[in-house]
Every structure is written in C-alpha cells, then in structure tokens.
Write a protein that binds this ligand. Structure first.
Ligand code: GDP
Length: 301
C-alpha cells in the first residue's frame, strides 16, 4: 500500500487517461495505439521504450486476436512488468554474509542522496544490523550536518572530517572506524556538484580506490540516486554517471511527487541498470525496495 499511495499522482494521471482512451476507442486500431503512445510519453516512459512497448503490444494483440480496447489493458500491465524486471531478484542488494557490506551513494545535489542514506540506515537498523555512515560530501555546505541529523534520527554513528577536507581521507577513516566497530554496513555519501563533472568523476574513482584497497571487493554496491520529478534530466544524469563509473543500481526518489512515474520504465529499459529502491516520501520509512509487480499494480490499482 506504500507503493500504491506513493504512486497516486502517476496513477491518477495515467489511469485516468487510459480509462478515457478505452472508453473512446472500443476497437484496437492504429489510432488507438497512437493515443496510447501519447499517454505513455506524457508519463515520461521515454520514446524508445514506448516504441518498443507499442510494437510488442501490436504483436501480442494480433497473436491473441484482441480487438476490443478493454481486453488489451491486462496485456499492457503484463508487458510493463516484463520490461521492468528482467531477473527475479535484481532489486536485492549485494549484501556480504560474513563481512562488512560497503555501499556508495552517488548522484547530483538535491536528488535526495542524504535522505536516502538516512532512510536506508534506519532500514538496516530495524533489521538489527550495525550501521556506520561516512560523510563523504565535504563540498556542499551543510551536507555533513545534514547527515549527522539523519545519523542521530536513525541511531547510527557518522564518521566525518571538516568541510572541505579530502573525501578519500574521510572514506579511509570511515572504513577503519567501521571495521573496528564491527559494523555490518557502511553507507558512504559522496559529493554531487555538477559544475565540474570531470573532477567529480575523478573524485568518485579515488574514493572507490581507497575503499577497495582496504576491502578488496568493495564497494559492493554503487547506488545512483535520481530524482523522479526531473524526468528526462534524470535519464541524462544516469547516462553520465554510468558512463564513467560502474553503477550497480538506481534509487529513484520523490516518486510520490510526480505524475511522471513512467520514468522507472525508461531507466530500466534503456540503461539496463536495475532500479533497486524507490523513495515515496520524506519520512524515515518512505524507502521501499523496488518490486516490478507492485509497481505495476500501483499504477493500475
Ligand atoms: P541531496 O542533496 O541529494 O543529499 O538531497 P537531500 O537528501 O538533501 O534531499 C533534497 C530534498 O528532497 C529534501 O527536502 C528531502 O526531504 C527531499 N526528498 C528526498 N527524498 C524524497 C522522496 O522520496 N520523496 C519526497 N517527497 N521528498 C524527498
């Protein structure tokens, strides 16, 4: 139901338009598909993905002899679910069984990185895990303090240095400190300034090197945080980051604040990076592991 609530804006817009469409077009014809195309594009599904979806729907309609508009609706949700989840367990985090799991969060300022780290810290705490946060965004004013607020809220330690210090040094400290505390999970914040992309990417690589020098196969996850309300901007950020660093999963925040929740499809389908979590609000409990079937239910419910 969290999912359903969080998707209400997208659902109202999407389902509203779908219902209109089915009402207006009794028959599934070329015009019907054109209108469907427009609806999907306006939900930010992304042109390439929409084209692919429409082609598959046409094939399926032909194959199953579907001519009534209302009969195609279940096929649409089926196809959406298929596109969203390519592997059964792809939204699972790569958690280490008998060692510390290190998760790096990347993304540009304002997308909800700090909030997501706080929510995830809370989630792991509830699972009984020992969590340490690394304040690796030493650049943005207030980032360290904000992470500390979340640390306090979630009841976990934060490793930090002064603003402006070398993020790689913070990360080195954080790994040592987390190890000595016997932490199960280390969640690492990073800077997200966009003004200097090359520097930012170099810094990320350096941070990753420092971590993997201390723990050979870490970081175990590099999660790219994207703001769903920014639509195609989120897509271009995803392209930029995944080109220069290995992104293992996406956290899509602020799905509750947009009618364009179709962006999930575009990301999954066009970038081949699984969406692992979604943000459905500003509170501590408003982070959900992504599940394709729940998402599709949330859209049509
Ligand atoms: P950062 O600069 O990437 O660290 O972004 P912040 O974590 O500071 O978040 C920016 C703003 O987005 C804050 O006001 C958050 O409360 C808000 N925010 C983050 N995630 C969500 C979400 O899932 N839903 C909503 N509605 N707001 C969110």
């Amino acid at each position: 139901t969290k999912f359903k609530d969080g998707l209400s804006k997208t659902r109202d817009s999407f389902v509203g338009q779908m219902n209109e469409l089915v009402k207006d077009y009794r028959k599934v014809d070329e015009e019907f598909f054109e209108e469907l195309e427009d609806i999907l594009i306006s939900a930010d599904v992304g042109v390439n993905t929409v084209m692919q979806l429409i082609d598959e729907l046409k094939d399926e309609a032909r194959r199953r002899n579907i001519s009534q508009a209302e009969d195609i609706q279940p096929v649409i949700s089926e196809k959406l679910a298929e596109m969203l989840q390519k592997e059964e367990d792809e939204s699972e985090l790569n958690m280490q069984k008998n060692a510390m799991t290190v998760i790096l969060f990347v993304g540009v300022n304002g997308v909800g990185k700090t909030t997501t780290i706080g929510k995830m810290a809370h989630k792991f705490r509830e699972e009984g895990k020992k969590v340490v946060l690394a304040a690796g965004d030493t650049f943005r004013a207030g980032a360290i303090e904000q992470l500390e607020v979340w640390g306090e809220r979630a009841g976990v330690d934060v490793v930090k240095q002064q603003a402006g210090s070398d993020p790689a040094a913070v990360m080195y400290d954080a790994v040592q400190s987390a190890k000595s505390k016997g932490a199960d999970v280390l969640l690492c914040d990073t800077a997200g300034r966009l003004q200097n992309k090359v520097n930012l990417m170099n810094e990320l690589e350096k941070v990753k090197r420092v971590i993997s020098r201390e723990i050979p196969d870490a970081p175990h996850e590099v999660l790219l945080v994207l703001d769903a309300t920014t639509g195609q901007n989120a897509m271009s950020q995803a392209k930029t980051f995944s080109k220069s660093t290995d992104v293992s999963g996406i956290v899509l925040t602020k799905l509750d604040g947009t009618a364009k929740g179709g962006i999930v499809l575009a990301i999954r389908n066009e970038l081949d990076i699984p969406v692992k979590f979604v943000g459905l609000g500003e509170g501590m409990d408003d982070l959900q592991q992504f599940q394709a079937d729940q998402y599709v239910h949330g859209l049509f419910a």
